[in-house]
Design a protein around this ligand. Structure first.
Ligand code: C2E
Ligand code: MG
Ligand code: MG
Ligand code: MG
Length: 284
């Protein structure tokens, strides 16, 4: 009888595993052709200034629509793109496309709109990132001061000389560095002092229950105070309700991002936001 159970759970396990492996393979196969098939586009999500209520930046978020798999969310395909190295050419495309688009908005609307782009640890391997950044900024005429690269604690965790060196060079170019998903890693906090970060983004898992969970409320306040003490700006991610906004404003959070303001939207759909921002800027 115990043999039966053993056999059953074994076959159940392999079936699950087979399914996962073939799903993964399917994604990987399609992912290899996605760039040349023009299957990617970018969504943009507004980042709001807490004090003025104005949109001060957009975060570019990668979207993939495949004709066989349909819409595949980033959390499914980005890890595979990272493991296979495909994130390097894909990340290059993201950087080129996002700076091209936002440079166009800046010119058209005459606004100092900032752009945040997510960069994977894998893109720091090899020596390609810096020359790429220089080339892209040159070609698009994008001001380095308006560009922010979001990296997660994982990159900092595997602190190699090369990573540290590249972060410093990027900072010297005038491009800003942000810590994304802050609070979800397990790294010592001292890196915040050692690396030239400008912005700290509090992960949305802390923001979700900020109004009901005393622990999350305290942690969020402490993170904001610590960041300000280090001279960093703070963005709260995943703001979905007015009550969260109120709490964060009262806690001196600098910038806010989340569905409460807007979901990430295709370029054409984000333009009304920029227009409104332009009108506010003109009327003071
Ligand atoms: P992230 O950089 O932390 O981006 C924020 C994620 O939270 C986005 O998910 C966004 O749609 C979602 N979000 C924003 N506001 C809210 C909210 O109020 N509530 C909830 N529940 N979610 C909200 P998305 O677009 O699915 O991206 C997931 C992750 O994939 C990103 O997390 C980022 O780590 C990665 N990613 C996306 N685009 C790129 C890219 O171009 N390059 C790299 N390397 N990674 C990317
Ligand atoms: Mg991000
Ligand atoms: Mg994040
Ligand atoms: Mg994330």
């Amino acid at each position: 009888r115990s043999k039966d159970i053993g056999r059953n759970s074994y076959s159940f396990f392999t079936k699950e595993m087979n399914q996962q492996v073939s799903q993964r393979l399917g994604i990987e196969t399609q992912l290899r052709r996605a760039l040349s098939q023009h299957e990617f586009h970018l969504a943009y999500q507004p980042v709001m200034d807490a004090a003025s209520g104005q949109m001060v930046a957009v975060e570019a978020l990668l979207r993939w629509n495949n004709k066989e798999l349909g819409f595949v969310p980033p959390d499914r395909f980005i890890p595979i793109a990272e493991e296979t190295g495909l994130i390097v050419p894909i990340g290059e495309w993201v950087l080129r496309e996002a700076t091209r688009q936002v440079a166009q908005w800046q010119r058209h609307y005459g606004l100092p709109l900032r752009l945040a782009v997510n960069v994977s640890a894998r893109q720091f391997q090899g020596e390609g990132l810096l020359p790429l950044l220089r080339e892209v900024l040159d070609e698009t005429g994008f001001a380095p001061e308006s560009l922010e690269l979001e990296i997660t604690e994982r990159l900092i965790l595997n602190e190699t000389a090369s990573n540290s060196e590249q972060l410093l060079r990027i900072h010297e170019m005038g491009v800003s560095l942000s810590v994304d998903d802050f609070g979800t890693g397990f790294s010592a906090l001292s890196y915040l002092k050692r690396f030239p970060f400008r912005v700290l983004k509090i992960d949305r898992s802390f923001i979700r229950d900020i109004c009901t969970d005393q622990g999350d409320a305290s942690l969020t306040k402490a993170i904001i105070a610590m960041a300000h003490g280090l001279g960093l700006h703070v963005i709260a991610e995943g703001v979905e309700e007015q009550s969260q906004e109120q709490f964060l404003m009262a806690s001196q959070c600098d910038m806010l991002q989340g569905y409460y303001y807007s979901r990430p939207l295709p370029a054409a759909d984000i333009e009304p936001f920029i227009q409104r921002f332009q009108q506010q800027a003109n009327t003071g």
